[in-house]
Design a protein around this ligand. Structure first.
Ligand code: 5GP
Ligand code: MN
Length: 345
């Protein structure tokens, strides 16, 4: 059995907000990943099943390897149709905010969402939730927003009513946010939930193939190039760094999501503690920073201190507005500053 995640008052608050709303926008952070898309789609399916008018809205495009997820054809992409989606946001009488903890994570959609005085609901697993939602469920100990959302839907509506589509979306987020149950995944209730999802008829092996055996030839070549040509390894810090310029992305016909997960690969090196990936953004003039770590090395502190970002202990990100060589130097400074934690004791 899994424990109830909500108090009676929280259940009442949730039900009142959903029941009173007639025009619901379900949204997530910019550059949605499997957890963000899984949560947005599962929540939308739940609302549709309840006869609600709900629209899944994302700030910008999501990766091709998530297009197979049930319901993606209904998803509106803000930065592709700003005017049309802007009208939708104005008309919303409830925003469901999933897998993000502060309005800035909506990036270009932030102003349009925050201009609305419609109530907002947050279900999220990042630390330090900002105060912009009327109803907040923030649990950083959850491995994914999808796990948290499973618990919410199971409590407010009953697992018996959950559909296979909803379970498929939620499983996708649980799988991707735990690296296929390889990190943050030692709690037994994760597997209790997966067991319940299998009883709903999800095809977990197919979900795995849909997400991870779905690469373009270019993506695989780009992975090889990054590892063979671009990776710098710093054994004294048990750390690695990879960089990718705009020109290199063009050369490999880079599409959104093509570099997803690549930052994890250098951690496969024996004894590794930290991996840093710098990528020139193709939409804005910034360098996106991704950090991944093992054990208790705090990526989120490093991201906040050096890269204008934040995140979780073992996965964090941020961005820099400078040329690539300066960004590399900042990474090296960061490693130096954290050397006490990185160096072998
Ligand atoms: P990724 O490396 O996949 O882009 O991001 C990993 C995690 O870092 C995200 O799940 C999120 O928690 C956090 N993160 C990424 N970018 C930013 C950012 O610009 N600001 C903050 N506060 N967190 C970020
Ligand atoms: Mn997540």
């Amino acid at each position: 059995m899994i424990d109830n995640i909500l108090t009676v008052a929280e259940v009442d608050g949730f039900s009142a907000m959903v029941n009173q709303a007639e025009n619901i926008v379900v949204t997530c952070h910019v550059s949605p990943d499997g957890d963000a898309m899984g949560a947005v789609l599962a929540f939308s399916h739940y609302l549709w099943r309840k006869g609600k008018k709900a629209t899944p809205v994302v700030p910008n495009i999501f990766p091709d390897f998530l297009k197979w997820m049930p319901g993606t054809e209904q998803v509106k992409i803000y930065d592709k149709h700003e005017e049309e989606v802007g009208e939708l946001l104005k008309a919303a009488d409830l925003f469901v905010c999933l897998d993000f903890n502060e309005p800035s994570r909506l990036l270009n959609m932030e102003n349009a969402v925050m201009a609305s005085d419609a109530p907002k609901m947050m279900i999220d697993h990042h630390l330090n939730p900002a105060d912009f939602c009327k109803w907040v469920l923030s649990r950083h100990e959850m491995s994914s927003t999808c796990e948290l959302l499973f618990k919410v839907l199971a409590q407010v509506d009953g697992v018996e009513n959950m559909t296979r589509e909803e379970a498929t979306c939620l499983y996708t987020g649980m799988m991707t946010d735990t690296g296929c149950f390889a990190y943050n995944s030692n709690r037994s209730d994760i597997y209790y939930i997966v067991g319940q999802m299998l009883e709903k008829g999800i095809d977990k092996d197919k979900i795995y193939r849909n997400v991870f055996y779905n690469y373009s030839p270019n993506r695989l070549k780009l992975m090889g190039y990054l590892l063979y040509v671009k990776m710098q390894h710093f054994p004294e810090y048990r750390a690695s760094l990879m960089t990718l310029t705009r020109e290199e992305q063009k050369r490999f016909a880079h599409k959104k999501g093509d570099t997803e997960g690549i930052v994890n690969m250098p951690l496969q090196i024996n004894q590794s503690i930290l991996s840093v990936f710098l990528r020139e953004d193709t939409e804005r003039n910034v360098i996106r920073v991704s950090l991944r770590s093992m054990d208790d090395f705090p990526c989120n502190s490093m991201a906040a201190e050096f890269f204008n970002g934040g995140g979780h202990l073992n996965a964090a990100g941020g961005e820099l507005s400078c040329p690539m060589d300066e960004a590399e130097q900042i990474v090296k400074n960061a490693m130096k500053k954290y050397s006490a934690l990185l160096k072998k004791k």
